[in-house]
Design a protein around this ligand. Structure first.
Ligand SMILES: [Cu+2]
Length: 97
């Protein structure tokens, strides 16, 4: 858990430092935990090139919590990330086959 939090802080710091944020990048992931009441989802995600984040499992806040409806643990998804209030957040999120 602590390691996950460190990844989170590191990623946020990277983005705040001015990492290029050009194209929207769809990232592949798998649902580890869904917490709609906290607008949060934990994803095991592939590398996110745009923010130079390696593949890992970490929690994300979700801009639109309604996107979490119907998601199940173990489900494969694709998602995009965006900065909101200085936090890295999941923007679009959808199941994939
Ligand atoms: Cu990550």
């Amino acid at each position: 858990m602590e390691r996950t939090v460190k990844h989170w802080i590191f990623a946020t710091a990277l983005v705040c430092a001015g990492t290029a944020w050009a194209d929207v990048e769809w990232v592949r992931g798998r649902v580890v935990k869904v917490e709609p009441d906290k607008a949060r989802i934990t994803l095991q995600h592939a590398r996110i090139k745009s923010i130079r984040m390696e593949a890992m499992t970490m929690p994300f806040k979700v801009i639109q919590p309604e996107r979490l409806q119907g998601l199940k643990v173990g489900q494969k998804v694709r998602f995009t990330v965006a900065m909101q209030d200085d936090h890295l957040m999941v923007d679009a999120l959808e199941p994939v086959q």
